[in-house]
Design a protein around this ligand. Structure first.
Ligand SMILES: NC(=O)N[C@@H](CC(=O)O)C(=O)O
Length: 359
């Protein structure tokens, strides 16, 4: 497999163009209502498919709700787009084994998302007692339905920078031990500890990595003042963790794949006394990953990470189209959206060095 990956990446040194198989985004928030149209256009321009996170208000907990949300997304897509939203259900204390069977039988719903209650944006309806949903994990294991995990403990007594590691030590290691056949995606890894955990777990355990966690460490949140657009959960960590994530993403290991966690919030709700968690990256997702991979001198590994590993993990066919990026600087706009509903993207007003030129 790695040999195939090497061969199919076309990096033309003379023109500085990079052509890869069309990628997928295995962790995406697109919200609902007026903002949806703006953000889905960005994603659909680059990605063939995306795992759509279900943390709406109220959350998407049933098959009919997920199918209705899918229809809303399809309606919001630009004309002639062939983007395919892969839906998920929000796991709660009320999820039943019957719901797992329905998801297994659904063509459009691909996983359950576990939010520990209170861990992040719109997670209040999440799971307060993880052990209580073990029977549902057993049903997912049996029906081969993946479990996507926001891996942080929620007890406010724990230091925010330690919450991922403590979740791994106290919850995740036990879940993987008790359900070795359960397909698990540890979402948006942020620490060296999480990288090591995923590497040493069995092949049913994979992980997504975001562009912000590859490009920035926690200093970005406090560079000369409080910078709310770098605040997401799990929060950015120390440089040693960023380097471990970069090594994992660029190392060719099939367990690690692209998941932007692009999470739009209106600008005024982030630039606020109590700003929301989430970075918006869909406007330049692949370009931001290309910058990170280029830093690691590993552009030849981008295609595996962005276009193959996730599809293989989910047992879906790889995309057949391709996408080309050029080494072409462009300035990211300060805002997207309309005047009443603006979102501030990652690198707002800054230069991005790669640009998509075709799909
Ligand atoms: N990543 C974030 O900081 N926020 C996400 C939720 C999540 O994935 O944690 C959101 O929906 O805004």
């Amino acid at each position: 497999m790695p040999i195939l990956i090497e061969i199919s990446v076309k990096m033309d040194k003379l023109t500085d163009r990079l052509t890869i198989t069309q990628p997928d985004d295995w962790h995406l928030h697109v919200r609902t209502g007026s903002i949806l149209q703006t953000v889905i256009a960005h994603t659909a321009k680059q990605f063939g498919r995306a795992i759509i996170m279900p943390n709406l208000k109220p959350p998407v907990t049933t098959v009919p709700q997920a199918l209705a949300y899918r229809d809303e997304i399809l309606t919001a897509l630009p004309e002639n787009s062939s983007f395919n939203p892969l839906m998920t259900l929000y796991l709660t204390g009320n999820t039943r084994a019957e719901d797992v069977k329905k998801v297994a039988a659904s063509e459009h719903i691909h996983a359950f998302k576990l939010y520990p209650a209170g861990a992040t944006t719109n997670s209040d309806a999440g799971v307060a007692n993880i052990e209580a949903v073990y029977p549902i994990f057993a049903a997912m294991e049996k029906h081969v339905v993946p479990l996507l995990i926001h891996g942080e403990v929620t007890n406010p007594e724990y230091d925010i920078f330690d919450r991922e590691k403590i979740f791994i030590d106290t919850q995740l290691s036990r879940i993987t031990r008790e359900f070795p056949g359960l397909r698990i995606v540890v979402e948006h890894l942020t620490t060296q500890d999480a990288v090591q955990f995923v590497e040493s777990a069995n092949d049913n355990v994979g992980a997504t990595i975001t562009p912000q966690h590859l490009l920035y460490n926690r200093n970005a949140i406090l560079a000369g003042g409080i910078r709310p657009h770098f605040y997401c959960l799990p929060i950015l960590k120390r440089e040693q963790h960023r380097l471990a994530l970069l090594k994992a993403a660029t190392g060719g290991n099939r367990k690690f794949f692209l998941g932007t966690d692009s999470a739009p919030h209106l600008t005024h709700l982030k630039e606020n006394a109590c700003g929301c968690a989430g970075c918006y990256s869909a406007h330049a997702a692949l370009e931001l990953y290309a910058e990170a991979f280029e830093q690691a001198d590993a552009l030849d590994k981008l295609e595996g990470f962005a276009s193959f590993h996730g599809a293989d993990f989910y047992g879906l066919p790889r995309n057949t189209q391709s996408i080309t990026l050029a080494k072409q600087a462009w300035a990211v706009p300060n805002h997207y959206g309309d005047t009443n509903n603006t979102i501030t993207p990652l690198k707002a007003g800054e230069i991005v060095h790669w640009q998509q030129i075709s799909n």
